[in-house]
Design a protein around this ligand. Structure first.
Ligand SMILES: O=C1O[C@H](COP(=O)(O)O)[C@@H](O)[C@H](O)[C@H]1O
Length: 241
């Protein structure tokens, strides 16, 4: 595990953008495409905007395929739809064609949306192992990541797949990568800002006893890949040093 802590969010975002560019260019050089899984929520918006403006010439975007690590069970036009934030912040500004974007079809029932998303990904990988080049993740103050929420059934799912999950505390369904699918990735990066997440960060990173039902982000441990945490000072404030 690589732990990177930054005084300011702009410094963090610049380094994270450089990290993404490096991985993207390596993947494109080696296999002529970059399979990039986006995270949702609020934290990544500024990153996506930077990639689409300041750094837009540093990646051959025609070779990038975009996926979503989780999606909220709302219509694609809803402001909470993770795909909509990404569409506005990075996908439309870079004119990424629909053929390179894998949105979750939330016009379907969540179970069906997960099945269809899984099929689309399997088809994209064309018989190869489902190994993404980079999965970006956020983390909530309850230590959920993607839509792996504390105490939910999806935490028991050992399959490398997309699943739907009912999140009781939000009274809603989500569609999410399972932990085993995330853990097949070549690179996983957590992007976590803010003091409200400091306790969860401490539990996930430093806790001596694992409790993945309470702190689902502890499930993330890529088998052959690397995991890097990009934290601001506030999110890292409770870590021992
Ligand atoms: O609900 C979600 O929350 C997490 C964390 O979001 P943030 O706004 O606190 O950064 C996010 O990673 C996930 O994709 C999203 O659906």
């Amino acid at each position: 595990m690589n732990l990177l802590i930054y005084k300011t969010q702009p410094e963090l975002l610049e380094d994270l953008a450089a990290y993404i560019i490096k991985i993207a260019n390596k993947a494109i050089a080696e296999q002529d495409c970059f399979n990039f899984v986006l995270t949702g929520g609020n934290s990544p918006k500024a990153l996506y905007e930077m990639l689409a403006t300041t750094y837009k010439d540093q990646i051959d975007w025609s070779k990038v395929y975009f996926f979503f690590g989780d999606e909220r069970n709302v219509m694609p036009t809803h402001e909470s739809y993770n795909g909509l934030m990404a569409k506005k912040a990075i996908l439309d500004p870079l004119n990424i064609p629909e053929s390179q974007i894998f949105y979750v079809n939330t016009t379907l029932a969540p179970e069906k949306a997960a099945i269809e998303y899984n099929k689309a990904i399997v088809k994209h990988f064309d018989g190869a192992d489902l190994v993404f080049d980079l999965i970006l993740l956020g983390m909530g103050d309850d230590a959920h990541t993607a839509s792996l929420f504390p105490g939910t059934d999806i935490l028991n799912n050992k399959n490398v797949e997309i699943d739907s999950v009912f999140v009781e505390k939000l009274s809603t369904y989500r569609i999410s990568f399972t932990a085993p699918l995330i853990n097949k990735a070549k690179n996983v990066a957590f992007l976590v800002f803010g003091e409200n997440k400091a306790k969860a960060v401490k539990e996930v990173i430093e806790s001596k006893k694992r409790n993945t039902r309470l702190y689902p982000a502890q499930l993330i441990n890529p088998i052959d890949g690397g995991v890097t945490w990009f934290l601001d000072d506030a999110a890292a404030s409770l870590l021992d040093n």
